[in-house]
Structure formats: C-alpha cells, structure tokens
Design a protein around this ligand. Structure first.
Ligand SMILES: [Ca+2]
Ligand SMILES: [Ca+2]
Length: 499
C-alpha cells in the first residue's frame, strides 16, 4: 500500500528516531505488555459469566485500573492487533479482517514495538502479539522475537464430534507444564530475572489461550462439572429485529446450528471456562514473579484481550460481529505511582488509546501518526470526564460506536441497530427504528468515517493488482519471508493465520 493513501501521516522509523529525544529526568520505565487471544468478558472482574473463575487475572488488573467498558478496534485477531500496535484504525490501513494481509502496511509503520526499540528499549516478544509470523517476526522490529511455544503430547482432533476444524474442545492427558502457554510463562519469568538491568525492558507476552481449540488438561474441565454449567442468557428470536447485514454476521445456520444439534452447548461453555481457568493459572505464575521481584513491582503493566467472543448469544459463535459479546474486552493498566489501585473505570474506551497511553506512561513522546486519546487522565481518576465513544469496525463500512449508555451499529448498506444498555444490557431490542432516537444515532455516527474516506482493504488491493490496476500496492521486499525464524515459527505462522 502506498503510504500516501493513508488518511493520516505515518511516521517512519527514521523519523521516530529523530523524534525520540532523550526523556527528561526520570529513567525510562520498564513495561510488561500482556496480550490474550480470544478472551471475552468471562472474568471475575467483568462478570460476563457467573461461573467464570479468574482470581489471578482479577488480582493483576486490581493492581491498577480496570476498564469495564473497553472495546477492540476490530473484532478479529489480525485487524484488532494491527490497529492496537500501529495506533491506526482499519479504515486508515485497509486491515479490516483476518484475510487482509497486515505485513505490507505494518512494515512501513512505527508500531509500538518498533518505537520502543528505537528508543533504546530491550524489546522481547513471545507468544502471539500480532496475527501470524509475517506481521511480527522481523529482525528490525524486536530485540528478540521468540514466537510461539508448542504444546506437547500427541496431536488430537475432533474431540467434540462436530468435525469443524479447530472449532473443537475436550480434555488432554498431558500436564499443565507441557502446554505452550505454560512454557511461554516460564520464558517470560526468566526474562524478568535475566534481562540486563541497565537497559529499559519492554517484555511482550502473548498468550494464545483461550483461543480454539479448547484443549486443556483434564484437571481444568474438572473445575467446572458439566451438570452445573449455566448457558449464556439468550433470547430465542433475538435476530428477528436485526438487519440482514447483521444476520449475515451471526451465521445462525453455521456453528450455532451444529452445536445445538449435537447437544454440545454446555460442553462448549465448560471447555471455554476450563481454558480460561488454565490461562488464569499461568497469569498467576507470571504475576507472582512480577510481585516477587523489585524490578517487576515497578513495571508498567498493560493487560489486554484482543476482542470478545460469542457462545451462542444471537445464535452466533466466535468474534466477527459488532455486538457487545464480540467487541467487549478485558483491559487493565497499572502504572505504579500513577494509576489508582483497584480503580474501575466505566468510560467507553477502545484500543487506539493503548499506544498513546503507553508512550505517556513510559515517558516517551507520542508519535504524530498516533491520534487516539490517552487514558492517563482516567488512570489517575477513573471517574474523570470522558467524551470519546469507543469505535469498532468489522469489514469496510461496518462500524459500532459505544458510549457510556448506547451501542449504535451502522452497516455498509446503511442499515442500523441501536441498543440502550441501561435498560437492555443483553442487546435484545433494536431501537434504531424507534421515534426519538435520531439525535443519539447522529451523535454516535459522527465518530464513524464517511464511506469515501475508508481506504480499500489490503486484500482488495491485491485483487486490483491481479486485474492490472495501477493502484497496486508497493509491498517492498522481504516481508513475510521469515528471516527471523525462531522456535517453530514456520508452523506457527500457518496456525495463527487460520484463526
Ligand atoms: Ca483473537
Ligand atoms: Ca433482538
């Protein structure tokens, strides 16, 4: 993609270096940057499911401020992470979906890890931060990128009998220590202890659970007996007031029909809770190490999950939609000495605020291409005034805007949904056609881009190239070639691309 096609000026790495004047007075602060794949609000601190048990995640976010109304910039791995790490929205980069290549754009953008690297940080990354190897495993963007850690044991598949690829769940016979995320935790703890003390540390730890398949050791399933499992609250005819564009995202005839027909709904809820519980154990081990070390206790900690997840609400499964269950995330920030301990912030925030907040917390200037509002005022006072609706985009032209009370969805064909969380927290009643809501819709649509300002998708550009258009992107050389292959990278790239 030509950079001039982006709607905001980008900052090249060279410019970032020039801009990165030495920060005054205080030494740069260490950062622990924890990403989680596919965890929705089924945590103790967000109460998205009454049986979710996450004492360690709750303990982690309670060290600082938890954002209870936080949303991804896009409800899928690739575009959510690309937006978060670049500070640029899907409509500025063309990275709208998992099918839109990120590397051709990101290679020319000062991403968070590049910026911290350019500012003298020891940037160490493991697990999953971006979506797929071509987007993240580059020698010029991390001090060291170690990639995914493979899970041991025999390969298993179709444990639930649905035969729907990685849409699968069931217990493993291996120990917890053989799980990839357990090895990732070991690696992260080791870095906390061994990273050079005289260089600021940016440690990025990307957990891949609770992403599908929900395979974890039996002990985690045993924590949630099947006969006690509660299904999510669902309204049977919920899709009846939703426009065709929304029903197309729900795809009720797909996963949901298959799960119900096979009698697997409770099993799925059990498996997701079990996988979250496994993740929580790993977070607990990491947090114990952080709190046991003088360096760890002073670290800035960012915790984020890349989007939400439906388990049958609106007859929908997975992410890939613009409703609360797909966009709502678990998100917390601790800046020791700054953030309010145990703070809960109800302001509507989205992930384009992560980049600027991280810079300010670490004492670095915010790059000029990063325009999301900083959350620093909310870290100090979680009740401070906040007038920025969160925005989430799923595919070009489809957006949700969320404020402290409403969710307004507008699809590319102009059809709409509006929900009032004060009276309808489950988003069962679409108010978009009611009398007297035009002011609300107008206010929330004002933060959405006009259709003609949204850049084409990166995959769309590729199609244009195939057709011989002169609008072909310049993809440069070398991206995605795997120069920096670490542990299991080739395999990992394939795996995550399917997510
Ligand atoms: Ca994800
Ligand atoms: Ca409905």
């Amino acid at each position: 993609m030509h950079l001039h096609r982006l709607r905001l000026p980008l900052l090249t790495l060279g410019a970032a270096l020039a801009l990165a004047a030495p920060s005054p007075a205080a030494a740069p602060r260490d950062v622990l940057f924890i990403a989680v794949d596919d965890l929705n609000d089924w945590t103790g601190h967000l109460k998205g499911h009454p049986q979710a048990r996450t004492p360690n995640i709750d303990r982690l976010v309670a060290r600082g401020v938890t954002f209870t109304n936080a949303h991804c910039a896009a409800p899928a791995c690739n575009p959510s992470r690309a937006a978060l790490m670049s500070g640029l929205r899907p409509w500025q980069t063309g990275i709208y979906t998992n099918g839109d290549p990120a590397a051709p754009v990101l290679k020319d953008v000062t991403t968070i890890n590049r910026y911290f690297l350019a500012n003298g940080y020891n940037t160490l990354g493991g697990g999953k931060i971006y979506h797929g190897f071509p987007s993240e495993g580059r020698n010029d963007s991390w001090t060291q990128w170690v990639g995914l850690f493979p899970t041991g044991g025999k390969n298993v598949h179709n444990l639930n009998g649905l035969d729907r690829d990685h849409f699968d769940w069931g217990p493993l016979t291996i120990s917890s220590a053989e799980m990839g995320d357990s090895k990732l935790t070991d690696w992260a703890i080791d870095q906390l202890h061994t990273a050079p003390a005289d260089q600021p540390l940016f440690l990025a730890v990307g957990y891949v659970k609770p992403h599908l398949p929900w395979y974890v050791p039996q002990e985690y399933f045993d924590r949630f007996p099947l006969d006690e499992i509660q299904l999510p609250k669902v309204k049977p005819d919920d899709l009846s007031d939703i426009p065709a564009a929304g029903v197309a995202m729900a795809k009720p005839e797909g996963d949901h029909a298959a799960v119900v027909a096979a009698g697997q709904w409770k099993n799925a809820v059990q498996a997701y809770l079990a996988t979250i519980s496994f993740l929580d154990d790993q977070v607990g081990r990491l947090l114990d190490a952080v709190e046991a070390s003088p360096r760890g206790r002073e670290m800035i900690v960012f915790w984020w999950t890349d989007h939400g997840w439906h388990l049958g609400e609106k007859e929908h499964w997975r992410k890939f939609a613009l409703w609360e269950d797909a966009t709502h995330t678990s998100f917390g920030i601790t800046v020791p000495g700054v953030s309010k301990i145990g703070g809960r912030c109800e302001a509507s925030v989205d992930y384009t605020s992560i980049y600027p907040t991280l810079c300010e917390a670490a004492g670095l200037p915010v790059p000029s291409h990063v325009t999301g509002p900083s959350l620093m005022p909310l870290l100090k006072d979680p009740d401070a005034t906040w007038e920025h609706p969160a925005v989430c985009t799923h595919g070009r032209g489809n957006h949700a805007a969320i404020d402290g009370r409403y969710r307004y969805i507008r699809y590319s064909d102009g059809s709409e949904e509006l929900y009032d969380h004060q009276s309808d927290p489950n988003e069962w009643t679409n108010l978009a056609g009611e009398v007297g809501v035009s002011e609300i819709k107008q206010r929330l649509s004002s933060v959405m881009p006009a259709a003609d300002t949204e850049v084409p998708s990166t995959s769309g550009e590729k199609k244009a190239k195939e057709k011989g258009s002169n609008k072909t992107p310049q993809t440069g050389s070398g991206q995605g070639k795997g120069k920096n292959k670490g542990k299991g990278q080739g395999k990992n790239a394939k795996k995550t691309q399917a997510n």
